[in-house]
Design a protein. Structure first.
Length: 142
């Protein structure tokens, strides 16, 4: 080995709209922090964020990404905090939207586990699953 560390596992960072539909996906190795994934999403796709003014994120995101989103992109990124006196499971405001999206996506057999060898394929499968979900919604409402 030449000093490369082998990382097992991947993370999926999703940007979804208020209905839970996927806007952007980033799949990365598990050793990358959530805030770094968000930084990449914001930096690489700033054109797509022209209409986005508010983003909610969970506690896995650090305060520096909040400042960066505000200063560089004019986006209000709010970290959804759990109440200090919380006991047991409580649904947090706005946090459930992305969790619901993950649940919808994981109904797809190919996304229930990480079968893909390449990160790009994994991202593509998430986009395909989200397109499938949107098409099903459109045909059910017609």
């Amino acid at each position: 080995m030449t000093g490369e560390k082998k990382v097992k596992g991947r993370k999926r960072t999703l940007l979804v709209d208020t209905n839970g539909l996927v806007i952007r996906v980033l799949v990365h190795t598990a050793d990358i922090q959530d805030s770094e994934g968000a930084e990449w999403l914001l930096g690489e796709h700033r054109v797509a964020f022209m209409m986005v003014t508010k983003i909610w994120a969970d506690q896995g995101y650090k305060s520096w990404i909040v400042e960066e989103a505000r200063n560089l992109y004019g986006i209000d990124l709010e970290i959804v905090q759990k109440p200090a006196d919380q006991q047991g499971f409580v649904v947090h405001p706005r946090r459930w939207v992305v969790e619901r999206t993950f649940a919808w996506l994981c109904r797809n057999r190919r996304l229930s586990k990480d079968y893909e060898h390449y990160i790009e394929y994994s991202e593509s499968m998430i986009y395909i699953a989200s397109i499938h979900l949107m098409l099903k919604r459109l045909t059910n409402e017609a």
